[in-house]
Design a protein around this ligand. Sequence first.
Ligand code: NCD
Length: 329
Amino acid sequence: MTGAPARPVRHLLSIDDLGADGIDEVMRLTDAFVEVSRRSIPKVPALRGKTVASLFFEDSTRTRLSFETAAKRLSADTMSFSVSTSSVRKGESLRDTALTIEAMGVDCIVVRHRSSGAPHRVASWVDAAVVNAGDGWHEHPTQALLDCYTIRERLGSLAGRRVLIVGDVKHSRVARSDIAAFTALGADVTLVAPPTLLPPTLEGWPVSVSHDLDAVAPDADVIYLLRIQQERMTEALVPSLREYTARYGLTVRRAARLRDDALVMHPGPMNRGVEIAPEVADLPRSAIIDQVRNGVAVRMAVLYLLLGAGSDKVLTADDVMEAAVGESR
Ligand code: NCD
């Protein structure tokens, strides 16, 4: 990971496309869009005339709605595609599907796919900007950006913060993007999982590893719980869910031993009662709903960064507010 953002940012496929400076820039833009989101009419004309298409080959609730809401709040037109009702069921390829959508005149394609690298392929075929909304086990960069924003909002900064990422790291694109983003902003990340739920090698990953949640949780600033991704498991990697919860779940008893100001996070969808106790998800220390709320403003920032500015212009929050002046102020 380099510190400098690759400029101009044409696609957002990986956190590495941004680097630490690029992440900071998204955070600054997000501040402006959070302000917009609080208005009685939370809409600005910044992307009027642009079209954002979502191309989702995997299930999604929050990511898809969040991107579509973000595009609408920027006054872009939206186009939505879902595999179950599309010609993919008749055998149309990813490439033909992407080219078909682009031919209708879109400026940005938001892609979610079960295969790692699919958004990169789409980016090589189309002229539109491409945003990775989750590819297989690989990356989910906008989730990491909204997680960074939420931690900054609650704790001030990520620098020097001790973050535990707990659970099914092996199958988690969220973990991969979070590790890249959190460490780029100076956090100290520990993965907490049974060996079977970690990738076969962690060489080159800037993280520590623990197999003992009780030992590391009391010192943590952030406990980030991952969903057990049963749909991606081809074999039984935990003896039973009950046993997993006993060793790695954030139970009421464990939550009571956290520091007073420690945050609990989860990307959703939650398996309440497995990785997180139902009551713990609703505690004031839980930032899970903040993550969803911030997701819209973060995605407005990303869409604006990719579509709203001249190719070599470094955007500031003032630019955004200037774009917002007029209809809604
Ligand atoms: C995650 C995903 O789909 O990658 N959810 C999300 O986008 N908020 C995590 C998951 O499915 O466990």
